[in-house]
Ligand binder design. Sequence first.
Ligand code: FAD
Length: 308
Amino acid sequence: MQFQYDVLIIGAGSAGLSAALTLGRCLRRVLLADGGPPRNEASPGVHGFLTRDGIPPAELLRLGQEQLQQYTTVEMQCLEINEVIPLEKGFRASGCLTTDDTPVSITARRVLLATGVLDVLPPLPGFRELWGRGVLHCPYCHGWEVRNQPLAVYGQGRIVTGLALLVSRWSHDVVVVTNGPGHLTQNARRRLRRQHIKIREEHITRLIGSATDDLECIEFADGSQLERKALFLHASQYQRSSLAEKLGARHTSKGAVWVNSGMQTSVPGLYAAGDTTPGAQQALLAAAAGSRAAIVINEALTREECPR
Ligand SMILES: Cc1cc2nc3c(=O)[nH]c(=O)nc-3n(C[C@H](O)[C@H](O)[C@H](O)COP(=O)(O)OP(=O)(O)OC[C@H]3O[C@@H](n4cnc5c(N)ncnc54)[C@H](O)[C@@H]3O)c2cc1C
């Protein structure tokens, strides 16, 4: 069978763009399907990305797209893929152009999922509105910007304990806010106390932000307010795309798409990279994973083309 593309990359964030760059440099026929904005769309800047520290997320992707232009075997489409069907040796995928809903169907020898995740925020006023500015997901990405300022860490149990201890690296004024019973063990309370981290277990009614979407204070059910510059939380998350699930690919207990050491999912020929897979989630790591997946895929295709 003649395939239209060597590789279909689904998702054009850091992982997908980086994979497209490496595969383009291998002269591979690639379709890069860009289904919409990246996970960090709400953030003013991507931090910790070597040579691009603080760049707006959209600008990082624009540069990535611009640098792909010289690789003429790489095609990028504003295309949301909604189905991938395994064939005997490859895949058929279908979706719609996001510009005008035109249906598209293509075939590819390999598929790389770089579809990322979505964050689920507590359903309280202010969390979604201040997401990415006053409500932050990761001190490695944003701790420096709010260093030495009054900070809050939201959550319960072991997760909030670990995150609060981590955040105390960036500020000596950290308060854990649990929005009801914190489910903290005596040991957790002791460890927090040792770092001078206070605990507020009252219910939260809302977060109040400034005109620039910085956090100003947390308001509790009794009307009292706690002034804070930012609030960190480990948001729960789910896969942005259900394609891996529909294909029957194995997932980890935390909901990530499982991959082997060669970045292949449990479905032969289907690879995954970036936030969608287990491990630390950062733009630079996603870009590195995309590049690594591209190398592995190119080598698998080369083996197929050059049988022993
Ligand atoms: C608020 C916030 C701030 C952050 N700040 C930083 C930071 O400062 N530094 C840092 O290193 N990291 C930061 N991160 C983490 C960073 O955003 C992610 O690690 C990174 O975006 C992962 O890249 P990715 O390519 O795996 O996924 P994404 O960037 O999320 O890209 C996935 C892409 O796949 C597309 N897609 C999904 N499904 C389909 C489909 N069916 N068809 C076609 N396309 C599809 C999506 O539209 C999206 O464009 C931040 C995250 C958040 C939430």
